[in-house]
Design a protein around this ligand. Sequence first.
Ligand SMILES: [Zn+2]
Length: 295
Amino acid sequence: MRLPTVTVVISHPSFATAHPTGSHPERQERLQVLLDAFPDPKIAPSASTDQLESCHDGTYIEQVRAASDSGAVQHLDADTICTPSSFELALLAAGAAIAAVEQSGFALVRPPGHHALPGRAMGFCLFNNISVAARFAQRELGLARVALLDWDVHHGNGTQDIFWDDDSVLYASIHQSPFYPGTGGPDDSNATTVNVPLPAGCGDEDYAEVMERIIEPRIEAFAPDVLLISAGYDAAAADPLGGMRVSADGFHELAARAVRLAPRIALVLEGGYNVETLPDLVRATLGGLESGREA
Ligand SMILES: [Zn+2]
């Protein structure tokens, strides 16, 4: 199999300015440090509402639009803020994820997406960026079998929910448990849903072992046409939200392993809240994709 390459970073200057969330951990500064580190990204287009409707209820999409249009700052759930610029920025995040799968790139976006449910915002997420990209891959690129690997420290309950009954999409997640959002336990699985909950304190070796023993055999057996990664960095040692101890080398290794699993690959940023370390972790991932391809 010819191994894929990812050299394109896709983002937009608005990710560092719009959707102002104050002192919330999911804030503009996350993307400002990434745009400083990767200063010449391909500029993301906005997703259309038709594209969002591949994963979300039309009434929910209009509810988010109306919340933004109201001009007020609203809470869509306990920790998900919607501001006047949030709807447009969420369209841009989903559009960047689509561009990533189209161009085999890494979409550096906010707000993140993997907790967003078909009809509800949740956990900092408005629309499920990676799921919208997965549907785009199937419908527009003819990539029938899509594998999703989610290494964010939180379980991607929204992504799991969207594809639970769909055997054309494999969802595989490594996450801290017990932890927010409380889903993704050992019994929370089916033929195309693979959850590996780990206790707090796990590090590089634990993640590599889970990849080798559980995740890689399942993805290889599924034989995907494309692998999309929900690349969160809140399992990193210095993250203020997560309780794991993954290093930059650990993310390098995860990426090097992932690149061998499909003929095509793309990544979408999820969480990761330490703005000091976030650029190095993304850089380590890009390096891992490259070295895994050469190995
Ligand atoms: Zn997370």
